[in-house]
Design a protein around this ligand. Structure first.
Ligand code: ASP
Ligand code: MG
Length: 421
């Protein structure tokens, strides 16, 4: 049986018809290598952003179902155009949307998870020698409702398809040359990683490295799909391979530094120190599909017998979170709810920090030397995150990248705007 390669092309790779022709060539080259090819594409260029903008111009709070109806159209355009471009080169290609394939998701609009992917139609068309082009980002519920996987979700579509088809590899083609030790737009001396483990990539993706949709890495890890991130414009560079094996011994404690600028901190003040308060609070947030990141509960005050509970959510979930908290205020007896949306989460990630003392203190000292105040700290086995003021984020990343020895001599060749602060 032939090997199946899944290729995914992001918005910048299919931004105009010339770029779509370039993608067709890359796809055909893989087919000429003797492999079966399934291609997943995003919407062209900034299409999805434009669609969001139009929706917001009509309604401050458009319904989630109609948002999915709208945003899913972007990918519909690129699949048909790419299939035509491949056909124009003399190769047989067919495009399918999520409904035609059967990319089945939960019945949750704007951030649905994939439950199952039907493979019969895909296999039949591959067996007939066709190159298949599938719309990323979209899904369909059992009732035939259109869903989307959340912004950036095409990566997850591609990895899930690779898992369902038992593909040899999933190649994510993008506008950067791979995964870097930090954002090269912030630190030009960032170096590209040849290999990184699923666990490290997972932490980096959650920490705000915008290369991959975090759920795509989760899925790749779960189904052991080798994942490659590479540029569609510099084909001689193989990019970064993400896979399960760590090197036998890791010499650098930190593999990468990332900043997440899309976070908000909330403090629920003076809630009673008794069982069930945190369960009630976070249970209600979970019911509303709000995922919470860092959580800190303070040491109970002796006299009032109350705690403060502080946590972070994404900026996008902030309005919904505040509505939930307002409704709970009476129930919990909280004296106040404080919000700080002027923050960033700066993280260092590395499997090499396990059992190596001094990494956290080096991080804190580096921030202290820059007079950067730490507002919250959280850790996992292979990650340390600090919440800082948004305006300090880039400075912190730069210094941490240097102190942990991640700089390379070459200046990375990247274009693009600096991430907003
Ligand atoms: N087009 C969608 C977005 O811009 C999905 C993706 O590109 O991955 O978020
Ligand atoms: Mg993307």
């Amino acid at each position: 049986m032939k090997k199946i390669i899944v290729q995914k092309f992001g918005g910048t790779s299919v931004a105009d018809t010339d770029k779509i022709k370039n993608v067709a060539k890359i796809v055909i080259r893989e087919k000429q290598n003797g492999n079966d090819v399934v291609v997943v594409v995003s919407a062209m260029g900034h299409t999805t952003d434009h669609l969001v903008k139009m929706a917001k111009a009509l309604s401050p709070n458009p319904s989630a179902r109609e948002m999915d109806m709208l945003l899913s159209t972007g990918e519909g355009v690129s699949i048909a155009l790419l299939a035509m471009a491949i056909q124009a080169e003399g190769y047989d290609a067919v495009s399918f949307n999520a409904m035609q394939v059967g990319i089945m998701t939960e019945n949750i609009h704007t951030k649905a998870r994939i439950l199952d992917i039907k493979t019969d139609k895909l296999r039949k068309n591959l067996d007939a020698g066709k190159i298949i082009v599938v719309a990323g980002f979209q899904g369909v519920t059992e009732d035939g409702e259109i869903t989307t996987l959340g912004r950036g979700g095409s990566d997850t579509s591609a990895v899930a398809l690779a898992a369902a088809l038992n593909a040899e590899r999933c190649d994510i083609y993008t506008d950067v040359e791979g995964v870097y030790t930090t954002d090269p737009r912030v630190v030009p001396k960032a170096s590209r990683l040849d290999e990184v483990s699923y666990d490290e990539m997972l932490e980096l993706a959650h920490a705000g490295a915008n290369v991959l949709h975090p759920r795509s890495v989760e899925t790749a890890k779960q189904f052991a799909v080798p994942l490659r991130v590479r540029s569609s414009f510099k084909l001689d560079n193989l990019g970064t391979l993400i896979l399960g094996v760590d090197k036998m011994e890791i010499f650098k404690p930190v593999a990468g530094v990332a900043a997440d600028l899309q976070q908000a901190r909330i403090v629920v003040c003076d809630v009673p120190d008794r069982p069930g308060i945190a369960a009630g609070l976070f249970g209600k947030l979970a019911k509303e599909n709000i995922s919470v990141d860092m959580i800190i509960q303070s040491y109970a005050r002796k006299i009032s017998n109350t705690n403060d509970i502080a946590f972070t959510v994404t900026l996008a979930d902030l309005p919904k979170t505040l509505t939930v908290l307002e409704s709970l205020k009476a129930e919990t007896g909280a004296s106040d709810i404080k919000v700080d949306d002027n923050i960033a989460k700066v993280s260092i990630v590395g499997a090499g920090m396990i059992d190596r003392p001094g990494i956290a203190s080096t991080m804190f000292e580096t921030l202290a030397e820059l007079n950067i105040n730490i507002k919250m700290i959280s850790t996992s086995e292979i990650k340390i995150s600090c919440l800082v003021d948004k305006s300090d984020a880039h400075k912190a990343v730069e210094a941490l990248h240097k102190v942990f020895g991640l700089e390379c001599d070459e200046i990375a060749d990247v274009k693009g705007d600096l991430p907003d602060v």
